[in-house]
Design a protein around this ligand. Structure first.
Ligand SMILES: Cc1cc2nc3c(=O)[nH]c(=O)nc-3n(C[C@H](O)[C@H](O)[C@H](O)COP(=O)(O)OP(=O)(O)OC[C@H]3O[C@@H](n4cnc5c(N)ncnc54)[C@H](O)[C@@H]3O)c2cc1C
Length: 379
């Protein structure tokens, strides 16, 4: 929704596709206290505020399930259960989900003591005892973080040693507030209203016991919602989308933002910031595409210079073209083929070149190396 707000304010036609509730994961958060400017809100309240903000700028919201995002030539096509949509640019912001334990009492206590995020909910457990479930780095590190608030943090692990880094384990084990419970799994989460206790089973002895805690932090993994674009853009092994600082994916015109990214901190504020950057990058991309079409493909005839900006020699040649263009009083479009690789591929041009285009089709390509070549090609 932050991408929608920024996109609309930048003058884009924004279509926001949502299969569930606008607001995403925050809808299942009871309280949110770390969104700057709003000292306290329920998750659904913040979700509504964000949606209303997006609607104020006339974002079109369409409720549908995106089944697939694919490229058909230059076009980006979004296949939904309510029909196909073609877009000039796409922002993938499908979020992520926390893997569940799957035991009785888990779902019904989300927001009532069951949490998947220490940064989000740790502060609600000041002076209380909590349990962490898991044995990897997240469980051990977040367990240590929770000792800032809780009086005791039990770390319940199904094995007899943690899978985390040695340094993280040493830090956690030297903390007197951390109490590991080995070889144990959670059978159920109990409590009439808020969490009251856990029923644990020792997997070696089959002994069942109760553990009184006010909170349970489940860290058994998080996964991206990447089902509808798997394989389309470059991702990590686990499926998290890889972007650069402009939120550009490996595919031109496809951007990504929020929890679906390969990133360090998955929070509303970081997702919102990513969304803002992605929208501004998408806006620049769309403007550039429109500009390229109107300067290169739509005129009867045009002579343009194509180069690659990271190459210092080619950049120097582009300055030379600009100078000649001014001297001759003739507009010569200069196209950075590095940033616009699709048009370079489409026109099958080698860089750097002076290219003559007639009615959208290349009629002549002159490869250039020196300033003299440029002067000759443009004479
Ligand atoms: C229990 C809980 C508590 C949290 N507490 C806090 C907190 O206190 N503070 C904080 O900052 N963060 C908190 N977070 C994290 C925060 O909610 C996320 O970081 C944030 O929502 C990420 O936003 P997002 O837009 O990237 O993804 P999401 O919120 O996951 O939104 C993605 C949206 O995409 C939609 N979608 C996915 N696939 C499709 C598809 N194929 N077709 C159509 N729509 C699709 C989903 O329905 C969803 O609405 C919490 C998370 C949880 C689960």
């Amino acid at each position: 929704m932050s991408a929608a707000i920024y996109g609309r304010r930048a003058g884009l036609d924004v279509l926001l596709l949502e299969k569930g509730a606008t607001g995403g994961q925050i809808n299942i958060t009871d309280e949110i206290e770390n969104w700057p400017g709003v000292q306290h809100a329920t998750g659904p309240e913040l979700g509504d505020m964000l949606r209303d903000h997006a609607l104020k700028f006339k974002t079109e919201i369409r409720f549908c399930d995106v089944k697939k995002v694919e490229l058909r030539g230059d076009a980006k096509v979004i296949i939904t259960d309510k029909g196909d949509i073609e877009a000039e640019a796409v922002i993938l912001a499908t979020g992520a989900y926390f893997r569940r334990l799957g035991c009785p009492g888990e779902d019904s206590h989300i927001g009532q003591g069951v949490s998947y995020c220490a940064t989000c909910d740790g502060a609600f457990f000041e002076d209380l005892e909590v349990a962490v479930i898991g044995g990897g780095n997240t469980a051990v590190e977040e367990g240590a973080y929770l000792t800032k608030f809780a009086t005791k943090v039990y770390i319940i692990h199904r094995r007899d040693e943690f899978r985390a880094d040695r340094a993280a384990i040493e830090r956690a084990m030297s903390n007197p507030k951390i109490v590991p419970i080995w070889n144990s799994v959670v059978e159920s989460i109990e409590g009439n209203g808020p969490v009251d206790h856990l029923v644990l089973k020792n997997v070696k002895t089959n002994e069942v016991s109760n553990l009184e805690v006010s909170g349970v932090f489940v860290f058994v993994g998080q996964s991206p919602h990447d089902e509808c674009f798997k394989g389309l853009v470059k991702s990590s092994k686990a499926g998290w989308v890889i972007v650069n600082e402009h939120m550009e994916t490996s595919v031109e015109g496809i951007f990504a933002a929020g929890d679906v990214l390969d990133k360090h901190l998955r929070q509303v504020i970081t997702a919102a910031a990513d969304g803002a950057i992605a929208a501004m990058s998408a806006s620049a991309y769309v403007d550039e595409q429109i500009h390229l079409r109107s300067t290169l493909l739509e005129p009867e005839s045009v002579t343009a210079f194509f180069y690659s900006s990271p190459d210092a020699t080619q950049s120097h040649l582009s300055n030379e073209v600009e100078k000649l263009s001014k001297e001759k009083g003739k507009k010569i479009p200069i196209v950075d083929g590095y940033k616009n690789s699709r048009i370079v591929e489409k026109l099958k041009i080698e860089l750097p070149s002076v290219v003559e285009i007639k009615k959208g089709a290349v009629s002549k390509v002159t490869k250039v190396v020196t300033e003299a070549d440029i002067a000759k090609a443009l004479s």
